[in-house]
Design a protein. Structure first.
Length: 123
C-alpha cells in the first residue's frame, strides 16, 4: 500500500470471510511498515471491533478508488466484552489496519494505492 507521503505498507491481504473475521487478532506486535488490508466483495458500511486484538491500531477506510473516506486513529484493544464497534461514516471497499501512529498524517480525501508485490504481478 503506497501512502501519499511516499511511505509504503507491506500489507497482508484479508479477502475471504475467514481472514476478514480473524484480522489481526492475537498479534502482540505489528512492525512499522506492516499492516493488513481487508478487501470486501461489495462496498458498504464495514464496521470493525478490537476483540482479541492485543495492540492499538489505526484503521483507514477506503472507497473503491483508494480514497480515504474514514479514519479511526489509535483504536485501543478491547478491555472487556462486549467490545464496541468502530463504524465508518461512509461506505468503503477496502480497509487498512496498521499499528497506532502509522497512519499519522493521512486525511480524508487522500488517495492510497493498493497493489500486489512485484513478484505477484503477471508479465
Amino acid at each position: 500500500v503506497a501512502l501519499p507521503d511516499g511511505r509504503a505498507v507491506l500489507a497482508e491481504v484479508a479477502s475471504t470471510p475467514e481472514k476478514r473475521a480473524r484480522g489481526l487478532m492475537f498479534r502482540d506486535r505489528l512492525a512499522p511498515g506492516e499492516g493488513m488490508v481487508f478487501i470486501f466483495p461489495e462496498p458498504g458500511i464495514h464496521s470493525f471491533w478490537m476483540k482479541n486484538t492485543l495492540i492499538p491500531l489505526d484503521i483507514v477506510w477506503l472507497d473503491a478508488g483508494g480514497q480515504v473516506v474514514h479514519l479511526a486513529p489509535g483504536v485501543p484493544p478491547c478491555a472487556a466484552d462486549p467490545c464496541p464497534s468502530v463504524v465508518p461514516m461512509r461506505p468503503s471497499a477496502w480497509v487498512l489496519e496498521v499499528a497506532a501512529g502509522q497512519a499519522a498524517g493521512l486525511q480524508l480525501g487522500d488517495r492510497l494505492l493498493i497493489a500486489p508485490e512485484p513478484s505477484d504481478r503477471k508479465p
